[in-house]
Design a protein around this ligand. Structure first.
Ligand SMILES: Nc1nc2c(c(=O)[nH]1)N[C@H]1C(S)=C(S)[C@@H](COP(=O)(O)O)O[C@H]1N2
Ligand SMILES: [Mo]
Length: 408
């Protein structure tokens, strides 16, 4: 246990800077025990670069920062200027070891139970595929993306900017399934999704299970997805079936989903009741604090990152509206004193997708603090600073997300 903890606390290979040297704490004693009980991780040491865990071995190692066997983020420089994040570049975050590889061998046979509807039923993925289909481009982003920038050393994975990607999800709209099952029971206010991991014995299930509740307004976008970027959903990202909630933070997108219940209350699972709650530094999580549901407007520069040549430069980045579309994104090369409107690059894939952007500008020799600032269609603009909070959630301040580039 101690050894695992030490390994997890070692700096991630390829981590951008000393931020990664901050302590990396495991979420809970329960999760720790689960990880070691199942012999989940074989992590590298501080000296040797960490390798990808088996269930994510198909990923492009050079595009990722491997924080641990259950947390890998996309390198800032690998985000690129295409709208869609290639699956092998997409970040990974597991609170528990994933289910065995056998789950995706016959994906259509995976079963999901529906409760809190007038006609409760267990259905297979094969049956869901005959009920309807939609394809949506959406940003998947961890609530703690940007956590590394909090000066109080928020516990959890020290994500920089790469715990986010924009991908295509294909599946059936959840609202259609609920309707086909006679509609939600009276009084239903939440959609509660349960992950299909096998829970280790000897631990209180509520303390480790991945079960999340989201308000029924999320049915405007929620879907049960079986494909990622036009391929069968890999186990790494929740295959054979995942609850995908475009516009909502990553944790609400329950992988290997085995149950959906329309409920009058939020689940009492720890990950909902006290986890993913925004509160002041030093406070414990509690159900009356805001839950990490809808995402906020955000952007960051992806190139250049450290150095560049004098003369004309193209500054690239990505911007997302969160739960709504984007209005504009501006770039500053003087740390936010003056701004220029950037140009969106590539097609607009809808309100839940991100938009790559570019600004052409002349950069004489010197040092530049390059920052970007997005505004959503409702007029919400990224703040300069951050909202300090205990676990380092929801950081969208433009200042911390900037880069310092040496030109010459
Ligand atoms: N069943 C299950 N679903 C889950 C998780 C998990 O550990 N188990 N992690 C959540 C969190 S915190 C995030 S950020 C996203 C990460 O999705 P990804 O691994 O496909 O990138 O999945 C969410 N859904
Ligand atoms: Mo997350």
């Amino acid at each position: 246990m101690t050894k695992l903890k030490n390994q997890l606390q070692s700096p991630g290979s390829g981590a951008p800077d000393n931020l990664s040297r901050r302590r990396i704490l495991i979420g809970s004693a329960g999760a720790m025990a689960a990880v070691s009980l199942l012999g989940f991780s074989r992590l590298g040491t501080a000296e040797e670069p960490k390798s990808l865990p088996d269930y994510a071995a198909w990923k492009e190692r050079s595009a990722l920062i491997v924080h641990s066997a259950n947390t890998m983020e996309t390198q800032r420089g690998a985000i690129g200027s295409g709208v869609i994040t290639p699956s092998d570049h997409l970040f990974v975050r597991n609170n528990l070891p994933p289910p065995p590889a056998s789950v995706t061998m016959d994906p259509d046979a995976w079963e999901i139970r529906f409760e809190g509807v007038n006609n409760p039923k267990t259905m297979t993925v094969g049956e869901l595929k005959s009920m309807g289909v939609t394809t949506v481009a959406a940003v998947l982003q961890c609530s703690g993306n940007g956590r590394a920038f909090f000066p109080h050393g928020a516990s959890g994975t020290q994500w920089s900017v790469g715990a986010a990607g924009c991908v295509m999800w294909t599946g059936v709209p959840l609202r259609d399934v609920i309707q086909a099952l006679g509609g939600a029971v009276d009084g239903a206010r939440y959609v509660t999704g349960t992950g299909g991991e096998t829970l280790p014995d000897g631990l209180d299930p509520a303390s480790i299970m991945v079960e999340r509740s989201i308000p029924t307004r999320a049915l405007d976008s929620a879907m049960l997805a079986w494909a990622l970027n036009d391929e069968p959903l890999p186990r790494t990202h929740g295959g054979p079936l995942r609850l995908v909630v475009p516009g909502y933070y990553g944790v609400n997108n329950v992988k290997y989903v085995k149950k959906i219940a329309m409920t009058d209350k939020q689940t009492g699972a720890k990950i909902q009741a006290s986890g993913y709650r925004v509160r002041d530094v030093g406070m414990k999580g509690a159900p009356d604090q805001p839950s990490m549901w809808e995402m906020n407007v955000k952007s960051w520069v992806t190139a250049p990152l450290q150095s560049s040549q004098p003369g004309r430069n193209l500054i690239y980045g990505v911007a997302l509206g969160g739960a709504v579309g984007l209005e504009a994104v501006e770039v500053s090369i003087d740390g936010g004193k003056t701004w220029k409107t950037a140009r969106f690059l590539g097609p607009d894939l809808g309100p839940y997708a991100w938009r790559p952007f570019v600004l052409a500008t002349d950069l004489p020799s010197g040092s530049y603090r390059i920052v970007s600032r997005a505004t959503d269609v409702n007029g919400n603009r990224q703040p300069e600073g951050r909202v300090d909070n205990e676990r380092g959630y929801g950081h969208n301040g433009w200042s911390d997300h900037g880069v310092t580039v040496a030109v010459g």
